[in-house]
Design a protein around this ligand. Structure first.
Ligand code: IPM
Ligand code: MG
Length: 379
């Protein structure tokens, strides 16, 4: 079948005639809603993706597969092979959230569910680079736990975390009263992370902070060596080094100093949660995990079982994750920007779910928030 490729330009001027009814791109998206609020917020992300498809004349088709507790109910595993097959035959994976309340009846269902599901997919799809933006919206700056004088300087941080090395996948074991998890890195695992961070910084404020613990750890010294080898190729980017303890402190005392952070798996896990507190709600935080073929996109907040099924969760993190998918998997920059602008506009116009509302402000449900954002795409 003939696929017409029309270059998309930023200014709406094109050297080709525009065919209003021609589909520009066809993409298959694997949807893994998972547990808790996952299915509710996923429905809103799909609503927004459909609005993007309509506006930009793309065609998105979806294939849903169970993961986590939802998969355990069906087949007794948290990450069935059939779900991995769905991921592999898709152009990208949109992941919801996994996990549930640990209680006596459901111990097996929830034990290690998050770990089995997400670490299994990361490994299977070779997702080695994790991208986590932490941006404070001006109109929500009051939600930040930080003082005004710190927040008003602006917070726009991009965390690039290595995702397949370190203590997460190193040698491990338990013997009697002893247990160990080996922190292990090779230069080949580090180099792509540093390169990705430098490239991202080039399009931003041209600053990369490598976060490590080089005063103690050999693996961190290896990170510094690799960063030192690569940085001369990015002469327009300033690369600096910061110990992880100091980085956590500065993230809360001086967040505006950070542009792009590049770091290892364990430090990235910790540093990204510290940064995630700055915008004031986990419900706003998307992420991208990039591999060599199919990438995965997920909100970084969990499955929030306490509010699941009530239609009150904030769908913004899932919607922004869909935006990252358009950018990183499909090369649809204008479409990604359309989602990000619609979210920003909805928030500026006062659209609030419970997690981002002040006392007395009108609160929207999950669906209404999704409707508002989808409507702003349509316009
Ligand atoms: C994250 C999570 C995971 C991690 C857990 C659920 C295994 O905390 O994505 O940050 O540690 O990577
Ligand atoms: Mg984490």
């Amino acid at each position: 079948m003939l696929l017409l490729r029309i270059p998309i330009t930023n200014d709406n001027s094109t050297h080709f005639p525009l065919f209003p009814h021609t589909t520009l791109m066809r993409k298959r998206i694997a949807l893994l809603p998972g547990d808790g609020i996952g299915p509710e917020v996923m429905a809103e992300a799909v609503k927004v993706l459909d609005a993007v498809a309509k506006k930009f004349k793309h065609s998105f088709t979806y294939e849903e597969a169970p993961v986590g507790g939802a998969a355990f109910d069906v087949c007794g595993e948290h990450l069935p092979q059939s779900t991995l097959d769905v991921c592999r035959r898709s152009d990208a994976v949109l992941y919801g959230s996994v996990g549930g309340p640990v209680n006596a009846q459901d111990q097996l269902k929830w034990k290690d569910a998050e770990k089995h599901a997400i670490l299994g997919i990361r490994k299977a799809l070779n997702l080695s680079i994790n991208v986590r933006p932490a941006v404070v919206y001006n109109s929500l700056a009051h939600l930040s736990p930080l003082k005004d004088r710190i927040i008003e300087k602006g917070v726009d941080i991009l965390i690039i975390r290595e995702l397949l090395g370190d203590v997460y996948f190193g040698e491990r074991g338990t013997k009697g009263k002893r247990a160990w998890d080996v922190m292990d890195y090779t230069e080949d695992q580090i180099a792509p992370v540093i390169e990705f961070a430098c490239q991202a910084a080039r399009k931003r404020r041209k600053n990369v902070t490598v976060v490590d613990k080089a005063n103690v750890l050999d693996t961190s010294r290896l990170w510094r060596k690799v960063a030192g080898d690569i940085s001369p190729r990015f002469s327009d980017v300033a690369v600096e080094f910061l110990y992880v303890d100091n980085a956590c402190m500065q993230l809360v005392t001086h967040p505006s100093r950070f542009d792009v952070i590049a770091t290892s798996n364990l430090f990235g896990d910790i540093v990204s949660d510290v940064a995630a507190t700055l915008p004031g709600s986990l419900g706003l935080m998307p992420s991208a995990s990039l591999g060599n073929k199919v990438h995965l996109f997920e909100p970084i907040g969990g499955s929030a079982p306490d509010i699941a099924g009530r239609g009150v969760a904030n769908p913004v993190a899932q919607i922004l994750s869909a935006g990252l998918m358009l950018r990183h998997s499909f090369g649809m920059e204008s479409e990604a920007v359309a989602i990000e602008s619609a979210v920003k506009q909805a928030i500026e116009q006062g659209a609030r779910t419970g997690d981002i509302a002040l006392k007395g402000e009108a609160v929207l449900g999950t669906k209404e928030m999704g409707d508002r954002i989808a409507l702003l795409i349509d316009r």
